[in-house]
Design a protein around this ligand. Structure first.
Ligand code: MOS
Length: 734
């Protein structure tokens, strides 16, 4: 099935946050700091204020007070909700590119022009933005200090650093540089105070209700007084999972000038203040027996964060559960630097962790002179060695097999640098990915109408995976109704409860609520049918079929009633149910993960170091696939992001100023069509009904997790060169 919103998107009918027009709307543009640490000495806004069309210049000198800031006095405290940075609060600068003032004007161009006239003087302090030289200042995250059982705490299974006792050992360090989400759609918000205590925002976010909660807390108004609209999101990759200072800045401005304010970040500003994948150092040590049994794995990681907020991610999770090693140690630290706060990005944690783990697995297979798939199969685990629970489902072996066939693994040379195509070196590599198959509580409102259509509502957003389309299909199956009779409305905090669209959990969470809502509707229809037609009396749902908008007897399909007729006979214009859906106890008894195995065939030019990904195969065990097209799109998008991670993406900072010098798409490279081969997607497509009633498991994160190591391993296989710092650019290969 095609995307339900495809036509709206390609014709421009879809309205994104930056496109909302309200009466009396004014435009804002941010002024950002040009130092990484220190204090603002003075702000001279005189010429900006005199510039044409300017309505206000707002900074800490004149900004109205945000009531919630009083509860948030300590910016270094972790896990603060809403705005830990407290925009326009005082004269402190925590990172280069931090919003420090804002011009509001009658047009965007006038606001932008006047922003350039604002003169700022600073008292700079010595900043620390460089990772390597500060690595020894890394700390245990507060959550791990508080809770020894936290996944962020040090973990030991068996002997601490048990790898050391093995006859064959490898130890390797890996660097993942800072990467920036930079989706096509710029971060944008239209903030509108409908009354003194009633706020509406059209905001580019991944969760309408989490944003609603954050702003209600920040402005100390009831949640119901905050309305968040995010009908269409033009990609986010995780940076919409946090509320950022620019959002609060726009809300402050709207309150101050008493008009709706539109703020759209510039592409350059997108590199500085809305999160990124943190620079991460890792060391993986593996010990094994000569016949390829892993004796121990130790995986250490340090990820960068800001000085005012602790960002953490599950970098080491895959290492704890993927292989049947009797000894596993993991140690995770964070390094606060004078930079803005990172945020989850494209397979957060695991994408970084699997780069190191799956590269190290390849290094060990090479040390053992063993095929990397064979090495992994010898350490395959049929139950979760971390949680000591059975897997709900695990079809990883099927992924190894299908991928190996499709990529042509049998053409791979065990010895690197032995296969050529003309003057190019040819290499094959693979990498494994996993991510928790999560399901969260969610609610859905379902309205079956007497015209035979079904309307569903959920506060969830659709950042691109095709959530709306999948929900229509799930409802069509669950209700026995044609998809074109179903409308799924989303992206409004007034709709029933839904979590952030993040962590690959939305189909399982909201889809389950859709199934439950349809079940409830069918039950009610049966109740009415029994009163309308004697043949439907004393029946249970199993005695009936629900298909083509009709209920019919299993025993005698000729006896049937259309849903619409049942409602009409009841004199009901519509039948409404509202259901809350949440996972049950099965989560305690099973370990639930999605899996991916990515394969790459690369050509490397021995003279220029140019790498070409010639063939790509993305295999996934993600349970039942609801929509082959949209699910396949996610795998293609994830692999494409993985090519960026492996070969191109790095935010480069000039540490003299603590400022990124890669701040546009000319300098910060992402894959373009010419960099991406045809990506062959394979789904095992077997249900996991312990995760949810549809049998689905998440796809979004595993689409990228494992891609970067697959490419790095293919490059090693082609060249014999092991590059342990991403991205693998030509200079590292010559
Ligand atoms: Mo994702 S990084 O869960 O948007």
């Amino acid at each position: 099935m095609n995307r339900v919103d495809g036509r709206a998107k390609v014709t421009g009918a879809a309205t994104y946050s930056a496109e909302y027009q309200l009466p009396n709307l004014v435009y804002a543009f941010l002024v950002t700091s040009s130092i990484a640490k220190g204090r603002i000495q003075s702000i001279d806004a005189k010429s900006a204020e005199r510039a044409p069309g300017v309505i206000a210049v707002i900074s800490h000198l004149n900004a109205i007070k945000v009531p919630g800031n009083a509860d948030n006095e300590h910016p270094t405290e972790p896990s603060t909700t809403g705005q830990p940075l407290r925009v326009f609060y005082d004269n402190k600068v925590y990172s280069n590119g931090q919003p420090i003032a804002m011009v509001v004007a009658d047009t965007l161009e006038r606001a932008q022009y006047a922003a350039g006239l604002v003169k700022v003087k600073y008292s700079p302090e010595k900043h620390q933005t460089e990772f390597e030289s500060n690595k020894n200042r890394a700390i245990l995250p507060a959550q791990a200090k508080k809770d020894k059982k936290s996944p962020l705490a040090d973990y030991d299974r068996g002997q601490v650093d048990g790898y050391k006792t093995a006859p064959v050992k490898i130890e390797a360090e890996y660097i993942q540089p800072t990467e920036v989400h930079n989706p096509m759609e710029l971060q944008a918000i239209v903030a509108h105070w409908e009354a003194e205590d009633r706020l509406t925002v059209y905001d580019k976010v991944q969760g309408t209700q989490p944003t609603q909660k954050a702003f209600a807390k920040e402005w100390k108004i009831p949640e119901k007084n905050v309305k968040v609209i995010a009908k269409f999101v033009g990609g986010a990759f995780g940076n919409g999972l946090h509320n950022w200072p620019h959002e609060t800045a726009a809300i402050i401005a709207a309150k101050q000038v008493k008009r709706p304010v539109k703020l759209v970040l510039s592409r350059e500003q997108m590199f500085f203040m809305v999160g990124y994948r943190p620079y991460t150092w890792q060391k993986v040590s593996i010990g094994a027996t000569p016949d390829g049994k892993i004796v121990g794995i130790t995986h250490e990681a340090i990820g960068q964060t800001s000085t005012y907020e602790e960002f953490t991610e599950s970098t080491l999770q895959q290492t704890r559960m993927m292989y049947a090693s009797p000894n596993v140690s993991t140690r995770y630290r964070i390094l606060p630097l004078d930079v803005s706060t990172p945020i989850w990005m494209r397979g957060p944690g695991e994408a970084t962790g699997s780069y190191a783990l799956e590269s190290a697995m390849d290094e060990m297979a090479f040390a053992l002179n063993m095929d990397p798939i064979e090495f992994r199969l010898r350490n395959y685990t049929e139950s979760d060695p971390e949680k000591k629970l059975p897997w709900s489902t695990k079809f990883l072996k099927e992924c190894y097999q299908a991928g190996a066939e499709r990529i042509g693994w049998n053409k791979r040379g065990l010895k690197p640098g032995t296969v050529r195509s003309g003057e190019w070196l040819v290499g094959y590599g693979m990498g494994v990915g996993t991510f928790g198959a999560n399901r969260r509580p969610a609610s859905v409102l379902a309205r079956l109408r007497a015209d035979g259509t079904l309307l569903l509502q959920s506060a969830v957003t659709d950042i691109g995976p095709g959530t709306g389309t999948a929900m229509v299909q799930i409802a069509a199956d669950a209700m026995g109704l044609a998809p074109d009779k179903i409308i799924f409305q989303l992206g409004d905090s007034d709709y029933p409860q839904a979590p952030n669209q993040g962590g690959s959990a939305i189909v399982a969470s909201v889809g389950s609520a859709v199934v439950d809502a349809c079940k409830s509707l069918k039950q009610k229809l049966l109740g009415f049918a029994a009163t309308q037609n004697g043949q439907f009396q004393n029946l249970s749902a199993e005695d009936l079929t629900f298909a083509d908008g009709q209920l019919a007897l299993v025993k005698n399909p000729a006896v049937k009633l259309a849903y619409a007729d049942v409602l009409k006979k009841q004199n009901l214009p519509e039948l409404t149910v509202s259901v809350d859906s949440k996972p049950g106890d099965e989560r305690k008894n099973y370990s639930m993960y999605s899996y991916s195995v990515h394969f790459a065939k690369v050509h490397v030019h021995p003279v220029t170091g140019e790498v070409r990904v010639k063939k790509a195969v993305a295999c996934a065990d993600a349970g039942t696939i609801v929509n082959q097209k949209t699910a396949g799109n996610q795998m293609i998008g994830g692999f494409t992001g993985g090519i960026g991670m492996a070969l191109q993406e790095a935010a480069v900072m000039d540490h003299r100023f603590g400022r990124y010098i890669t701040k546009d798409f000319a300098e910060y490279h992402v894959p373009v069509h010419a960099d991406v081969p045809q990506i062959d997607v394979y789904f095992v497509n077997k249900p996991d009904t312990l995760v949810d009633p549809m049998g689905t498991k998440g796809i979004g994160e595993i689409a990228i997790i494992g891609v970067a190591p697959a490419i790095a391993n293919a490059i090693f296989n082609a060249t014999g060169k092991r590059i342990r710092e991403l991205p693998i650019t030509p200079d590292k290969l010559i």
